[in-house]
Design a protein. Structure first.
Ligand code: ZN
Length: 182
């Protein structure tokens, strides 16, 4: 089970995120903190491909990576580049509601048909491509997916601050994702 912890006041920010780029992200977007120019980017921001709009952060503050579900499973080298060359110390993984990846595996026929029509793929290649990759990106529950991805990345990059977050489209707000004990 996942729990969404609001961040509508600075005191709502989880202690692990205080005085870090994650707290800045929450303040910039949710609290509309005034933008300042950052000397260098501090945060790697992993967003989903189909999350509408953009988060209210200064351009100089974050590197943005857009992937299916904000999932970087197949893209660890991009994370490594941001950490090793970009100097990032923090990564925000952002899932969102109304996500097109929910029940992805059930949308195989539509995926194959469109990849043939719009991408010019042969049916067998499109089916094979889907079957190899869709299970990695399937999001039965977006919150669970983001939490499990955060746990994997914390194990792989033990000194990187990894924050699982959730964006509610209609509210235009970010929440902090935590594992619920019940
Ligand atoms: Zn999405």
């Amino acid at each position: 089970m996942t729990l969404l912890v609001p961040a509508t006041h600075p005191s709502d920010v989880l202690s692990a995120y205080r005085d870090t780029p994650i707290a800045s992200l929450l303040a910039y977007h949710n609290l509309r903190r005034r933008h300042r120019r950052h000397a260098r980017a501090e945060l790697l921001l992993a967003l989903c491909l189909d999350q509408p709009g953009r988060l209210r952060v200064p351009d100089s503050f974050a590197f943005v990576l857009r992937t299916g579900g904000g999932n970087v499973k197949a893209l660890d080298f991009h994370v490594s580049l941001a950490v090793a060359l970009g100097g990032m110390r923090a990564l925000a993984l952002v899932g969102h509601d109304e996500c097109g990846l929910v029940d992805l595996v059930r949308r195989r026929d539509a995926f194959v048909a469109r990849l043939r029509e719009h991408g010019g793929w042969l049916r067998g290649d499109a089916e094979d491509h889907f079957d190899r990759n869709a299970p990695l990106f399937e999001a039965g529950d977006v919150g669970e997916l983001v939490l499990s991805e955060a746990a994997r990345l914390r194990a792989r990059y033990p000194r990187l601050l990894v924050a699982p977050l959730f964006y509610r489209i209609r509210e235009d707000r970010l929440y902090q994702l935590v594992e619920s004990s019940s």
